[in-house]
Ligand binder design. Structure first.
Ligand SMILES: Cc1cc2nc3c(=O)[nH]c(=O)nc-3n(C[C@H](O)[C@H](O)[C@H](O)COP(=O)(O)OP(=O)(O)OC[C@H]3O[C@@H](n4cnc5c(N)ncnc54)[C@H](O)[C@@H]3O)c2cc1C
Length: 436
């Protein structure tokens, strides 16, 4: 007999698991189906899991700030115990370094509007806290192949460095999704793994469930696409891909690991650093390592992937050198092992790098996609936003005409979810990068 649920959620990453949790709290009978063997094993497994609040839009900043409280009070947020243990939020703080002439005022204004704390440091304080840094500027970011890469710097970075004390990172993203799975299950949710969706079933012009690769079917009046970098594949299956203004496509991304420099322990004293002067970021990683990521500077060619099941999962020497050599300009004592070490995964990127949290043109089919390399931290908010949109639409609300407003649970903010519409015009104020 075909099992029947109120909602099938395709994907059990941070998005799908959070949606299951919030819908289950509302009494929806949900099942997450995931083609992999356990929760959080898709792109979430390779996230850098940085928790930060600086985004280019008020709404983006608000959902990040609201979610910060859920991470901070993770055990209370989950309302249950996971015998596997809890993911941990390391609230190290984050500092942002800018090239001379680059103005952080948009971020600061948004933080002022929402009452989010930050501190303005000068480079003297930066070097006091991070004595292994140099305050030389290397802007614009370059690749080591560029003959000017090693040229002596003639400029200094901006004397305005911004420190965000609330920020940090989650130590174990896979465990965090397992925690959410258990939380959702405690409210009645089901999860099914090793189950690949190959078809979206329809009846009378609306979603009616899914078909799995092994031929099984699951009935549900509501189907949610939370398939991460496979979002476009699922939208094509549902026949909605051509009916939305905003598109999603996978972008390959590398992150690398190098040891802490001898004179400074990232394990003990490290924090998250965004370095727009170098076009990268770094943070402490287990084993006194530094995790080195990239903000996709213009000098690095973007690697769009046609098929999310077919891309190079090996770190490349060229990109390892580009990212770590750039960091070595900020940290002259950095030792870079000859053998590259790191991870590779896909972002699911929209045209303006702002996610899509919306209904679709197929009644009963909803979208939590286009997370653009920056929405792990917003998992708790994604669950809340989708549960409100689904509940409103299933009760007859015209979300396209009047976008659902969501009162965020942890901060005093009424979120106009229209910003996450599939049919929005490109948001010109976006960073058009992983910064969102
Ligand atoms: C290298 C990297 C670094 C990042 N760093 C950060 C960061 O520091 N901070 C931050 O906030 N965000 C970061 N992100 C972004 C963040 O990780 C993602 O936005 C988030 O994890 C996406 O979660 P998801 O649940 O939407 O997708 P996923 O975790 O990819 O989950 C989707 C799931 O859908 C399943 N699926 C797909 N197709 C099917 C199908 N046909 N049938 C059944 N199941 C299917 C997959 O198996 C997968 O488990 C980073 C991302 C990457 C790749």
């Amino acid at each position: 007999m075909t099992p029947s649920y109120d909602t099938v959620i395709i994907g059990a990453g941070i998005s799908g698991a959070a949606i299951a949790f919030e819908l289950s709290k509302r009494g929806y009978r949900t099942i997450n189906v995931d083609r992999l063997e356990a929760a959080g094993r898709g792109s979430t497994s390779n996230t850098c899991a940085i928790i930060r609040t600086h985004y280019s839009t008020l709404e983006g900043t608000a959902i990040a700030y609201d979610s910060y409280f859920s991470w901070k009070g993770w055990q209370d947020y989950l309302e249950t115990v996971d015998n596997d243990g809890l993911a941990r939020f390391y609230q190290t703080g984050l500092l942002n370094i800018y090239p001379e002439g680059h103005d952080p005022s948009n971020h600061l204004n948004l933080h002022d509007t929402l009452g989010i704390p930050y501190e303005i440091w000068n480079t003297h304080k930066l070097l006091e806290k991070m004595p292994h840094f140099t305050d030389d500027s290397f802007h614009p970011p370059k690749r080591p192949e560029d003959p000017s890469f090693y040229a002596e710097s003639e400029q200094k970075i901006s004397d305005t460095v911004v420190y965000y004390p609330n920020d940090g990172y989650i130590n174990d993203p896979v465990l965090s999704v397992h925690n959410l799975q258990r939380a959702a299950e405690s409210k009645g949710a089901d999860f099914r793994f090793n189950a690949k969706v190959v078809g979206i079933r329809k009846e009378r012009d609306r979603a009616a469930g899914v078909t799995l690769e092994n031929g099984d079917t699951i009935d549900a009046a509501v189907v949610v696409n939370a398939a991460g970098p496979h979002s476009a594949v699922i939208n094509h299956m549902a026949g909605v891909a051509q009916k939305m203004k905003m598109k999603t496509r996978p972008l390959r991304h590398e992150v690398h690991f190098v040891p802490s420099p001898g004179e400074f322990s990232y394990e003990k004293n490290g924090l998250v650093v965004g370095d727009a002067d170098l076009g990268g970021y770094h943070r402490p990683e287990t084993g006194n390592l530094i995790l080195v990521g990239s903000e996709d500077p213009l000098c690095d060619e973007r690697e769009w992937v046609a098929d999310p099941d077919c891309f190079n999962r090996e770190v490349t020497r060229a990109q390892y050198q580009a990212q770590t050599y750039r960091l070595a300009r900020r940290i002259p004592g950095l030792r870079i092992p000859n053998t590259p070490r790191g991870i590779v995964d896909l972002y699911d990127v929209t045209d303006d790098w702002i996610p899509i949290y919306d209904r679709s043109d197929l009644a009963g089919f909803y979208l939590a996609i286009g997370t653009s390399g920056n929405q792990y931290k917003n998992g708790p908010a994604i669950g809340i936003i989708l549960s409100h949109i689904i509940d409103a639409c299933e009760n007859g609300h015209d979300h396209d005409r009047r976008p659902v407003e969501v009162k965020l649970p942890n901060i005093d903010f009424a979120l106009d979810t229209g910003i996450f519409s599939r049919n929005r015009d490109i948001i010109a104020g976006s960073s058009f990068s992983v910064l969102g």
